[in-house]
Design a protein around this ligand. Structure first.
Ligand SMILES: Nc1ncnc2c1ncn2[C@@H]1O[C@H](COP(=O)(O)OP(=O)(O)OP(=O)(O)O)[C@@H](O)[C@H]1O
Ligand SMILES: [Mg+2]
Length: 265
């Protein structure tokens, strides 16, 4: 009997990045890509598709099922189905780390904490999508105010021996606070560490609403997990084990690809 190989794609159109993953019947990742979403989720999802097919030397007809997710999930013309981010991040995180009981996704414009079963089923979730504080946006605004590159925030904060606390909860006020802390001579590394701790405290506010226990295991997803200063700040406040994927921006897209394969069967 000839076995017709099938391939599946998950595409996560976020506010900042459009992330996509191509898997085979055995759930092996054959190719993946992160491109900027830019002004058009439709265009960026087309760019991601082309790149995946090119990398894997597959034709579009060989893709059996495609699931889109993320804030721009309805913009993906070629997807067969759209599934919420909560479901896809839960699925992707438990696939990568089967011991996960809580997923924290910190993206460019929102953050969420999701309680999952080991099989990736969603039990509960809380979300912050009303305010930039506690998201990647907050870090971007602060990096700009300090005139440092976003990717340098992590290395700078890990140099600090203590943190300079940021008390404002609002992004606009926190930006002014950061500028005046700098003007009063506080070291940049301590301010940056304080910024990370402010985001981590905000994230802890979400996690607390899931009534965490010491045996919970947290998996981080979203681009903010690239920032080692943020990971260190979260680890400081979380009383639980923390898994950090090698490619945190792909967790939602991976979950979407896995669901595309499951739903086909
Ligand atoms: N290399 C990096 N170093 C540090 N931070 C990074 C890096 N790459 C991305 N980020 C952070 O990740 C954030 C974007 O995350 P992500 O790509 O997961 O967002 P998104 O999925 O587009 O947004 P959302 O899910 O809110 O719609 C940026 O705001 C930035 O703070
Ligand atoms: Mg996202």
């Amino acid at each position: 009997m000839v076995f017709a190989a099938g391939y599946y794609i998950g595409v996560d159109v976020g506010s900042l990045s459009c992330d996509s993953v191509l898997i085979d019947e055995a759930n092996t990742v054959l190719s993946s890509i992160v491109v900027p979403t830019g002004v058009s989720g439709q265009k960026s999802s087309e760019t991601a598709l082309k790149a995946l097919l090119q990398q894997s030397t597959l034709e579009f007809d060989q893709i059996k099922n495609i699931v889109s997710t993320g804030y721009g999930r309805e913009r993906v013309d070629y997807a067969h189905k759209a599934i919420t981010e909560i479901t896809c991040h839960g699925k992707g995180a438990t696939h990568l780390f089967p011991d996960t009981t809580i997923v924290i996704d910190i993206g460019g414009q929102d953050s969420k904490a999701i309680r999952v079963t080991r099989a990736g089923k969603i039990l509960d979730f809380v979300m912050n999508d009303r305010c930039a504080a506690g998201t990647g946006r907050f870090l971007e605004v602060m990096a700009r105010a300090l005139e440092i590159e976003l990717i340098d925030l992590g290395p700078i904060s890990t140099r600090a021996d203590k943190s300079c606390p940021i008390s404002s909860m609002c992004t606009v006020f926190a930006e002014s606070e950061v500028i005046s802390l700098l003007a009063s001579g506080n070291p940049v590394d301590q301010i940056v560490r304080g910024i990370h701790e402010a985001v981590a405290r905000r994230t802890m506010g979400l996690v607390q609403r899931l009534k965490p226990k010491a045996h919970d295991v947290v998996t981080l997803s979203g681009g903010v997990a690239h920032n080692q200063g943020m990971v260190a700040a979260l680890q400081k406040f979380l009383d639980m084990r923390l898994n950090v994927p090698a490619e945190p921006q792909l967790v939602g897209a991976l979950g979407a690809a896995l669901l595309a394969r499951e739903k086909q069967q």
